[in-house]
Design a protein. Sequence first.
Length: 424
Amino acid sequence: MTTDAPLNFEAMSQRMIKKHHVAIILLHWFNAITWLMELTTGAALIVSPNYRFMPVWFVEMITEVFGSRGNLLRFHIAAGLLWVTVFAVYGIFGWRTYLHREVLEREVALDRDDLQWLRIRVLSILGRSNEPLPPQGVYNAGQKMFALMVYAMLPIIMVTGLIMAFHWGSAAVVGWAVVVHFATVAVVVSGLMVHVYMGAVFPEEKPAFFSMLTGMVPELFAYKHHHKWWLEVKAMESTPAQPAAPTESTLSRWLHMKEYWPAYWAGLGLGLTLLATFLIIGQGLGASGGFTRYLAFTLSLIAPQYAATHPYWGNYVQPGQPVLMDFLVFELIGVVIGGFVSGWLAGRFKISTDHGPRITPRTRWALAFAGGAISGVGARMARGCTSGLALSGGAVLSAGAFAFMLAVFAAGFLGAYFLRKVWL
């Protein structure tokens, strides 16, 4: 495609065009956060003076955060397993409808222009060439080389990590897995340092970094740095839109549906989630216990002596036992992230205050705070909330769970009678 009309560079610098799908952004930051946690804990696990590359104070500090080296190792393995699982699910369900084109055709496919770009770029860094760089697609050749290296190393890191975690094979196999695991991680980290510098520090590539937050880049940036992709975008804009055949998978439609799931399907999903926590973690779901630990941790920072000697908070603040090292703490973080992702994918994410026509947002906030405080105190007095006591307790036929739910429904109906005008 050629553009005969004169270009308005000022307007192009203001106009934003979409570069990344939301799925790519989410995977990118999940990968970044997981790698940060794994590198931090993995470095702290290496204590031998012959192999340790971090200072002693760093190893001791990270170990102290987790309470013991055993907890540190368990967290490292758990985060690694979560990372492997997410990538497996993402690859299985997204390959046919999205990843095949995004990865094979755009992210790692090198053409003649890419090879020329690499040659000229290296020579220009060495001061031996002033040739203009060839036009690039949605990813430049440097980004493609980094992606190729990462995709080649990831399966090795995953397999060797599983061998180390579950001791698959003989001692020799596990020993070699350790060597290969750390070698491949070192290769990825070396490329990652260049990748982070180019994306977050190098001035010319700053828009590429922010595109991993918003999914958008200025059109002028695309014109200058990804000219072939810019031509594709302009060609699509000039072509009349044609109704596309429905190719989305059922899972993809569910993830992006704007309507809420039917209550029966949501209940089935919640039940299966509860079953999974019993099988994998050895306990059910909960919420109030996690918030209690957040508060206990805050008290231990503000008034450690008071928290340690208090008859209630002292049960959570114990020497050598990190307050936040509990399943419910991480479950609540997952609930927040899951709710954010769900609302984002469905297009429902917004900041608002829902209230009836007869009250103001301030009154709604006051009622919500009061109701939350009363519910929180009641949950601790009952030694569980609707998740920990009602759902998890009811799943094991606890008598307290059924008594609790009867009380919840009775109080709910009674409160609705007096507060119905707030919403009607």
